[in-house]
Write a protein that binds this ligand. Sequence first.
Ligand code: ATP
Ligand code: MG
Length: 387
Amino acid sequence: MTALLPGVATLGVLGGGQLGRMFVHAAQALGYRCVVLDPDAVSPAGAVAEKHVKTDYLDHFGLAQLARDCDAITTEFENVPALALETLAGMRVVAPSGAAVAVCQDRAVEKAHFEAAGVPCAPHAVITNEIELAAIDPALLPGILKTSRMGYDGKGQMRVATAAELAAAWDDLKRVPCVLEQLLPLKAELSVLVARGADGQLVNFPVQQNLHRGGILAVTEVPARAVPAEVRQQAVAAARQVAEALNYVGVLCIEFFWLDDGRLVVNEMAPRPHNSGHWTMNGADVSQFELQVRTLAGLPLSEPRQHSASVMLNLLGDLWFSDEGGPTPPAWDRVLGLPGTHLHLYGKADARHGRKMGHLNITAATPEAAHQVAVQAAAILGLPTDF
Ligand code: ATP
Ligand code: MG
């Protein structure tokens, strides 16, 4: 593919959320024009792009408009109909492919892909009917029942301890196709971001250590201080293997569980930049979003270099509310008085509980210093400081 040059080409993105917004910012910094397709009249990415096409993702006219305006098109979420990407692929450069996104859209298919790539995942079984439900291996209990499709931030998941609870949970999930995963004892959660170009060039960021609260990412630390080099190498090798096996083009995030017994298993993957990679905006010389732009435009990928120890704190809408009520914006001025703090807000007008409003990156010369400032920032914001 010949490169789509900055200052000349226009790049499009399906989806107007915060990931789309940060993609647009990175693309514009390089000199590209951007078009966002999102059905919502107001969206974080639509507000900053040169153009916002406000139609449904499968709308014929919307997709035609996007293809007319753009030289290349990507997506910012995996639940975008793979069909939309396939339709566009007939007209324009599209990355990642609809086929790769389709794998990530379905947990059962995704797990089969991991196994085929030789990367172990959690013991699991697929449940699509009564017979499969009845045949569940009791060794998978206690487990987590997850809908195969459309899950995010822990939604569409139920913990089950017995066969009876499993049957009731499957009823609650409306008997849609599900995957039952054994509940594993986690020492820590890790993720690895890779970027792969159409020419096969593959680069990766260092291993990220992630803390979730209530099924939502809360804190990412890089380097993953507590994780031995050997486990980190294993995670990077597995992530690269998964991307190669998919013949993937774009930015891909692979999430791992590091288990109490020291084993590493893959959890899931996202065919796009990921919340756990937001630290790269300030802690590395090239961000995950710039690499997304480079993969899409067919530019050479630069091997990312982490120049600062980094911590990322997710900022949910809960921070806007206190016992006295709300919404009231948090004391950003105090937080930004701490050394190495970088605030990113997504331009969402209404703060709501559990809604991702922004993130705070903390950079420092050492992991210990970054951690210490992150704890201070968390205390100011009223976030838990036990990380
Ligand atoms: P997202 O897309 O936001 O990353 P998700 O809704 O797709 O999340 P998962 O990543 O599958 O959900 O699970 C959310 C969290 O639940 C995990 O990060 C982990 O903390 C916990 N979890 C999931 N599966 C297991 C498991 N098999 N054993 C132990 N904990 C688990
Ligand atoms: Mg996850």
